[in-house]
Design a protein around this ligand. Structure first.
Ligand code: AHR
Length: 530
């Protein structure tokens, strides 16, 4: 079907309003085939963008906690009660809503009692991840010294202005152990023995931890707790269906005791054809061709279908959608070999590609604001898609960290339906033509301020775009762009600002403005509306 015929048929089928919109897109396409249009529909709200979409994940895995977050009170590295000061300062800038701890896989081996009480009395335990640790890794990576436990984690959250999300061990501990952990954290001062233990550690006020990750056997407390059920990995629709069937066997009321269902999706960036061997088949974090760039983004872009697919299954059992999706692990995952600190297991150095991937993913969450109750990027520091890298006194913000800083302004806004119309990017995949979308993003309204984030995935072409805000006039604005001429660009301990956002002011005319989104870029426009 020719584009003109498609536009005509679509317009006829969906009424006069769409007809006029599509007619203007047709004009734009025909006058400039490399151009694009972005139309923000102020009168089509999608729901409030939960700040929890901008959440993080910190597992007790290799260099994440020890060295990354925790340096110890007696360290020469600047710290606040043992917590790395530079990390706290950077995180305060990004409005981190929630942090998940202590895993992941680690959570299923963790006894929370090991991490409370006087620090010098806490036991050392073999870390779940010790098998993968290199001989040169510090002892704290193999043998968990438990210096960073519940108190320290909750204190960290308080310092950065975040809510704690604790993942309970329901594999090797009992439901009663879980109950006791809730009691330790949340029982009022002077009430229970565990509240006294907490107070003796210097924390007399209850932590009031609200988010708890569980597999099953949720304890009942006379407080508002938000349980997050262990959920599907990628497109395991049967897990979602089976889980909800079981919950409903206990009655409809049970649905309301669950805040969210977890969903995990990592983009493996596998060699083409290598679907089985997920370790050897993975490709490199730093050395890649444009085809790898697009293929990784394509893999990440599956997130949108996963959200809508699981939501569809959930609606069969929970049509009112009292349960939300909690995407508590997401990000790209490359093969080992490019760690900033050689001994750090699962550490990778994020490049501009990972910034574009992260902007794209956060835009997907924003576009599904009514479905996604929380999301947690895996993982915060010294790991997979990390916002920060640190080793001893060295520290840097990665391009992913900059994306989180740029997107923080979406938090709590009213998501708006936004139409992106741009020609696809075409590229060569093993001698055959392949395509990827040309421009996408998301928008949110905060009183009279519109925040529009846009990703241009094209590795070589800028996208000249006409942006219209229907029914409003643009008074003033600013544009922030994160990009680089080299798609492999990244920050390091030695060169901390190779990839950094640049801002400038922009002007509109009425409700329209023209903006050129650079090649391989993540962009934020903040527009003051009359
Ligand atoms: O993020 C690393 C690991 O990936 C987590 O521990 C686990 O949940 C997932 O497989």
């Amino acid at each position: 079907m020719r584009r003109r015929d498609f536009l005509r048929d679509t317009a006829l089928g969906t009424g006069a309003l769409l007809a006029s919109r599509w007619a203007s897109f047709a004009h734009a396409f025909e006058s400039n085939t490399r151009g694009a249009r972005v139309e923000v529909l102020l009168d089509e709200p999608l729901g409030t963008i939960s700040p929890n979409i901008y959440g993080h994940f910190a597992e007790n895995l290799s260099g994440v906690i020890y060295d990354g977050m925790w340096v110890g009170e007696n360290s020469k590295i600047p710290n606040i009660n043992g917590i790395r000061k530079e990390l706290v300062e950077e995180m305060r800038k990004i409005k981190p809503s929630v942090v998940r701890f202590p895993g992941g896989c680690f959570a299923d081996s963790y006894d929370w009692r090991d991490g409370i009480g006087p620090a010098d009395k806490r036991p050392r335990r073999t870390n779940f991840w010790e098998d993968g640790e290199s001989p040169s890794a510090p002892a704290s990576h193999k043998y968990d010294p438990n210096q960073f436990g519940t108190n320290e984690f909750v204190h960290f959250c308080k310092l950065i202005g975040s809510e704690p999300y604790l993942a309970a061990n329901v594999r090797s501990l009992t439901a009663q152990d879980f109950y006791r952990w809730v009691e330790y954290c949340n029982s009022p001062k002077g009430s229970t023995t565990l509240a006294d233990v907490r107070a003796a550690g210097g924390y007399s006020d209850p932590f009031n931890v609200r988010y708890w990750g569980v597999g099953n056997e949720s304890p009942q407390f006379h407080q508002e707790l938000s349980f997050i059920a262990s959920g599907p990995n990628v497109e395991d629709w049967n897990w979602t269906r089976g889980f909800l069937e079981e919950v409903l066997k206990k009655g409809h009321g049970q649905l309301r005791s669950i805040y969210g269902m977890a969903l995990h999706h990592y983009a493996w960036n596998l060699s083409r054809g290598a679907t089985q061997d997920w370790v050897k088949g993975k490709r490199d974090a730093l050395q890649f061709e444009p085809v790898d760039w697009y293929e990784l983004l394509r893999e990440g872009d599956r997130m949108e279908g996963l959200i809508t697919g699981h939501w569809q299954v959930m609606s069969e059992f929970d049509p009112e959608h009292s349960i939300k999706l909690v995407v508590d692990e997401w990000g790209p995952w490359y093969r080992p070999g490019n760690e900033a600190t050689a001994s750090n297991q699962l550490e990778q150095i994020p490049t501009l590609r990972d910034a574009v991937f992260s902007g794209m993913t956060l835009d997907i969450f924003n576009r599904h604001a009514e479905k996604v109750g929380m999301a947690n990027c895996a993982q915060l520091i010294n790991c997979l898609n990390s916002l920060y890298l640190a080793h001893e006194e060295k520290f840097c913000v990665t391009p992913v960290g900059h994306v989180f800083a740029m997107y923080a302004e979406h938090q709590g806004g009213q998501g708006l339906r936004t139409i992106f119309s741009a020609p696809d990017v075409t590229y060569d995949r093993d001698g055959k033509p392949a395509r990827f979308w040309g421009l996408k993003g998301s928008a949110s309204l905060h009183d009279k301020q519109l925040v529009l984030t846009v990703v241009n995935p094209d590795v070589s072409a800028a996208r000249e775009s006409e942006i219209s805000v229907r029914g409003a006039s643009i008074q003033s604005g600013s544009a922030t762009t994160l990009t680089h001429t080299d798609i492999h660009a990244h920050n390091s301990f030695e060169q901390r600002n190779v990839v950094a956002p640049q801002s400038r002011s922009i002007n509109g005319k009425g409700g329209t403005l023209t903006y050129s989104f650079p090649a391989a870029s993540v962009n934020k426009l903040v527009l003051r509306l009359a």
